[in-house]
Design a protein around this ligand. Structure first.
Ligand code: SAM
Length: 283
């Protein structure tokens, strides 16, 4: 049975208030499918029954499921390879300062989804360890979806997911092959690679103050779902978490045009990087 627009709008408004994600009416069909999945997981027949339940209040279970299912978690290893090559160039260029530094090189993967972005970063930083401070690196990986975050922390990927972006050399170096009870092959990240990564639940609409200061922040393929005002607000908060000169990356189809003028734009071949301006030096 088709769910009424009143019900879908009710949940779209809730998702928007919690995540900033905007579902326009043309995308209601997507939300409808996701509501049906949530209803099923809550042993309900359909979105209408979910609506009746939600009228009584959003329990933590319902809230978590809605946040898990209302988000698009599409990701892959080394998504947009030029961006990762550009990160390598930045580290090479800054290595003379980094090697003499006491604090570790700090990276934040904001909206890390199932973790492929985080482990891609870790594989690069592991290889470039001799260009980093002796204290190494620290990656903070955050997402608002507890389902995605749990999977990211487990770091187990199917053959199909591994085939999306990871070559066999890096796969064998950083992942251990295991077999599921169904006989399927899967790959589990080695503990050595996970050691430098901290996984935290963080909503981009909330304060970032507790996260500390970073050398590099990736916030890719998530701001597209936000309103312009919300993008401006999130980017301002990201600015405040970057050290002056620190690097900020968006997804390949995103840009800071009309969002912020607090960053210099650097192009490395086909990738765009943003560098935090030192506003204290501005005239
Ligand atoms: C399309 S994935 C992008 C993953 C990765 N950054 C990439 O580019 O491959 C978007 C992620 O943003 C997360 N997300 C959506 N809204 C969010 C919010 N308000 N706060 C934190 N994470 C959010 C979703 O849970 C999802 O995992």
């Amino acid at each position: 049975m088709k769910t009424s627009n009143v019900i879908i709008k009710f949940f779209a408004d809730y998702v928007s208030s919690q995540l900033g994600i905007i579902y326009s009416e043309t995308n209601y069909y997507q939300l409808e499918t996701r509501l049906q999945e949530v209803a099923k997981l809550m042993n309900l027949n359909d979105a209408e029954e979910l609506y009746v339940l939600a009228q009584k209040g959003f329990s933590p279970q319902l809230k978590n499921l809605l946040l898990d299912f209302a988000t698009n978690n599409e990701t892959l290893f080394f998504r947009d390879p030029p961006a990762f090559q550009a990160i390598e160039r930045v580290i090479e260029a800054e290595s003379h300062e980094l090697v003499n530094r006491v604090q570790p090189f700090r990276v934040w993967s904001a909206a890390c989804s199932f973790g492929q972005e985080v482990y891609s970063l870790a594989m690069i930083l592991d290889r470039m360890r001799n260009l980093l401070p002796a204290s190494g690196y620290e990656i903070v990986a955050t997402d608002v979806s507890s389902r995605a975050l749990k999977a990211a922390e487990e770091g187990i990927y199917s053959e199909m997911n591994v085939a999306r972006g990871l070559d066999s050399f890096l796969r064998d170096r950083h992942f251990l092959q295991q077999t599921t009870s169904n006989g399927d092959i899967e790959w589990k990240v080695r503990p050595e690679l996970r050691r430098g990564i901290r996984f935290l639940n963080q909503n981009l609409l909330d304060s970032f103050d507790a996260l500390g200061t970073f050398d590099l922040i990736l916030c890719r393929n998530v701001l597209i779902y936000q309103t312009t005002d919300s993008r401006k607000d999130i980017v301002k908060k990201i600015f405040n978490r970057l050290r002056p000169g620190g690097t900020f990356l968006l997804g390949s189809s995103e840009s800071l045009l009309g969002i912020s003028e607090d960053f210099e734009t650097d192009r490395f071949e086909r990738a765009t990087l943003y560098r935090r301006k030192d506003l204290s030096k501005a005239s």
